[in-house]
Design a protein. Structure first.
Length: 183
């Protein structure tokens, strides 16, 4: 399977018990979605292998996963820090005004008022209250006629700041609220 067609939904932390189960830190916003998944891909950083999920249990902020073809602790020990991936077509479809982070990364950010290119969305940080967009400024970008002090700024992913996301044009129109960019 081509890695570009896969989405990371979790990371294996440690083995659990002696029957090949592993503890998983979910990297999806809906860990309950693991219950619907039948097939996953494990990325050992050397190769990607396909596995059928046998069971899913919830344990504090982690999951305990077992696979049909992994039945011993020794194999599970080798899987520490491996990514758990699913095919994009198997992913839960985003709702209205929801997006996959990998689809947002690299999008052009423009000032909604002036239409000026601000820069590129380079990361999405997930905080408790709302996501935060990391924007790397375009070299020619000026804020209120001045060059920003930093090449990056962070904008809350709230409707007062992020006014429009156009997936076809790969553009995010942003309201550059006071205090967002230091000059």
């Amino acid at each position: 399977m081509d890695k570009n067609n896969l989405i990371r939904i979790g990371v294996i932390t440690t083995p659990h018990g002696i029957k090949g189960e592993v503890k998983v830190f979910p990297t999806t916003d809906d860990p309950k979605y693991f219950k619907k998944i039948k097939k996953v891909y494990l990325d050992s950083k050397k190769e990607i292998t396909e596995h059928e999920v046998a069971s899913v249990k919830f344990f504090k902020n982690l999951l305990i996963l077992s696979f049909k073809d992994i039945t011993d602790r020794n194999t599970a020990e080798l899987m520490r820090k491996w990514d758990i991936l699913i095919a994009k077509e198997d992913a839960k479809k985003p709702g209205k005004d929801e997006y996959f982070i990998f689809d947002l990364i690299g999008m052009c950010v423009t000032d909604a008022d002036s239409g000026q290119k601000v820069g590129e969305l380079t990361d999405v940080l997930m905080t408790g209250a709302n996501d935060v967009y990391e924007v790397t400024c375009d070299p020619g970008f000026l804020y209120e006629g001045q060059k920003p002090k930093s090449e990056k700024f962070y904008a809350p992913a709230i409707k007062e700041c992020v006014l429009a996301v156009d997936m076809e044009k790969r553009e995010i129109k942003m309201n550059l609220m006071k205090g967002l960019i230091e000059v």
